[in-house]
Structures are given as structure tokens and as C-alpha cells.
Design a protein around this ligand. Structure first.
Ligand code: HEC
Length: 130
């Protein structure tokens, strides 16, 4: 009987510990994941707007401003303070460059091209780091 009680108590404590650990891990990734999901949303909106054929449009203007801002958050979100990663930093710089090169005032065709370049920069980093 005592053995059984110990076993049950042990299982409960183990379960609680595993849950706490899982929660902590999830919180740690909450910022980068939130950032990525918002970027994906902005990019999707922009692609649809560019396909829609009315350029320039306020949607594209806004998506461009947001992506520029969010690009600045990549480094603090993905790199722990004080740590360094030359390749990751290169991907972030490349991403920043293509986002800055996107002109939301251009015609739809040029913007669609810019958005493809941006998507490729997302995927380039994902291939190595996601
Ligand atoms: C410099 C590297 C880098 C760039 C650039 C980058 N990502 Fe990511 N992305 C990551 C990493 C790392 C993860 C995994 C994050 C995690 O799970 O903690 C990720 C995960 C994601 C996820 C999954 C998030 C989730 O809920 O698990 C999505 C969606 C995503 N990225 C979209 C994008 C889009 C869209 C772009 C471009 C506009 C982009 N990413 C650019 C590194 C990058």
C-alpha cells in the first residue's frame, strides 16, 4: 500500500514538473514565434494586395512599414543576449536589405517581385535555423 502511494505521488509530481517545463519552454519561444506569425500575416496581406492589381495601396504601404519594424526585432528575438551567430546574423542582414529594397509606391509587378525576394529570404533562414 505504502509503495503504491509513493508511486502515485511520484507520478503526480513528475507530471507537474513536466508541465512546468513544457510551459517554460513554450514561453521562451513565444516572442520569436509571435514575431514570425505576424510577419507571415503581413507578407500574405501584401501578396494579396499586389495580386489585386491596385498599386500603390494603403495595405502595401502599411505592410512594408510593419515588416521594416519587425525586421529590427529579429535579432533580439532570435539571438540570446550576448550570444553570437555569424551565419544567423548574415541571414538577418540579408532579410533587412530585401525588406528595405521593397518600394511600396512601385507598380504591382515590381512589388510582386520584391515580395518574392522577401519570401525567399524568409525561406533561406528557415532552411538553416527553423
Ligand atoms: C533570420 C532568420 C529568419 C528569418 C529571416 C525569418 N524567419 Fe521565420 N523562423 C525562424 C526561426 C528560428 C523559427 C523557429 C522559431 C521558434 O520556434 O522558436 C521561425 C519560425 C517561423 C514560423 C513558425 C512560427 C510558429 O508558430 O512556430 C513562421 C510562420 C515563420 N517563421 C514565418 C516567417 C516569415 C513569413 C518570414 C519572412 C517574412 C520569416 N519567417 C523570416 C527564423 C527566421
Amino acid at each position: 500500500m505504502r509503495y503504491l502511494v509513493c508511486l502515485v505521488v511520484g507520478a503526480v509530481i513528475g507530471g507537474l514538473f513536466a508541465m512546468t517545463l513544457a510551459n517554460a519552454l513554450q514561453r521562451r519561444n513565444a516572442w520569436p514565434r509571435a514575431l514570425m506569425n505576424v510577419m507571415q500575416h503581413e507578407l500574405g496581406d501584401a501578396r494579396n494586395a499586389a495580386k489585386g492589381g491596385t498599386c500603390p495601396s494603403p495595405v502595401l504601404q502599411r505592410a512594408s512599414e510593419h515588416l521594416r519594424l519587425l525586421a529590427g526585432d529579429l535579432e533580439p528575438a532570435l539571438l540570446a543576449t550576448g550570444s553570437r551567430d555569424r551565419v544567423l546574423s548574415q541571414y538577418m542582414r540579408d532579410f533587412g536589405k530585401v525588406v528595405t529594397a521593397w518600394e511600396p509606391g512601385a507598380d504591382c509587378l515590381r512589388q510582386a517581385e520584391a515580395l518574392t525576394t522577401i519570401t525567399n529570404a524568409c525561406e533561406a533562414c528557415h532552411r538553416d535555423y527553423r
